[in-house]
Write a protein that binds this ligand. Structure first.
Ligand SMILES: [Zn+2]
Length: 104
């Protein structure tokens, strides 16, 4: 399947949201510098990006409602922790727009 422009744009947006969640988590939990990720979080972002690009469903449902469950067990546990942590953080800062779309 050749991704359409629209699909590509949606992917780009989702990946940006993912990067935001992981960056918030990494800064809070791992004391990484602004704009940087520790090696673990960088790897998680790489993994999540790869999964998002390969998502066979279009439109993609929120991951909670997805029937594919493409994440490995360990990555799924980690990303859930990231979402919970950063979701709370972003909620407190009024960034509901980011949270809604991607909540696991
Ligand atoms: Zn980290």
């Amino acid at each position: 399947m050749v991704p359409t422009m629209e699909t590509k744009q949606k992917q780009g947006k989702d990946i940006k949201v993912l990067a935001t969640f992981i960056a918030v988590y990494c800064r809070g939990k791992h004391q990484s510098a602004k704009g940087e990720l520790c090696p673990d979080c960088a790897e998680l972002l790489r993994y999540a990006t790869m999964k998002r690009e390969k998502c066979p469903l279009d439109p993609k449902p929120s991951c909670k409602h997805c029937r594919v469950h493409c994440y490995g067990k360990a990555q799924r546990a980690t990303i859930r922790e990231v979402m919970a942590y950063s979701g709370k953080h972003l909620l407190l800062r009024g960034r509901l727009d980011l949270v809604w779309h991607y909540f696991f």
